[in-house]
Every structure is written in structure tokens, then in C-alpha cells.
Write a new protein. Structure first.
Length: 70
């Protein structure tokens, strides 16, 4: 089973490879500089998932706090 952290690492590797001018095969698809925006969007999604998992593991599911002023 692939974790969110592993997927994030794959997207970061793909982004670096494409920025270095290489193409990379990822998920059965060959990606190149033209696909950089797709790779970045995927990376951002997996970053959100990793952060959500970390927040859930620490008991902070909401991502925000409420304050009561009296």
C-alpha cells in the first residue's frame, strides 16, 4: 500500500526530473516539461493529504481553532 508521504515523494522526484530537463514515466504516463503544471498540482494535493494525516495523528483534525471572547 502506498502512503500519502510516498506519493508526495514520487511527485517531488517527478518535478525535479522534469525541471532537470528529463522526462519521467509516472503512473503509466510519460511526463515532460509540458506536464509540469500537472505534476505540481499533484504534488500540492499530496502535500495536503500528508498534512491532513499528520494533523489527524496529532489529534488536530480541524486545522483551525476557535476563540471565545468575553
Amino acid at each position: 500500500m502506498t502512503t500519502a508521504q510516498q506519493m508526495l515523494e514520487k511527485y517531488i522526484e517527478a518535478e525535479i526530473a522534469v525541471l532537470d530537463g528529463r522526462s519521467i514515466t509516472f503512473g503509466g504516463r510519460t511526463l515532460s516539461m509540458a506536464d509540469l503544471n500537472d505534476i505540481r498540482q499533484g504534488r500540492l494535493e499530496w502535500e495536503r493529504r500528508v498534512n491532513a494525516e499528520k494533523a489527524s495523528a496529532s489529534g488536530n483534525n480541524s486545522g483551525f481553532s476557535l476563540a471565545t471572547f468575553k
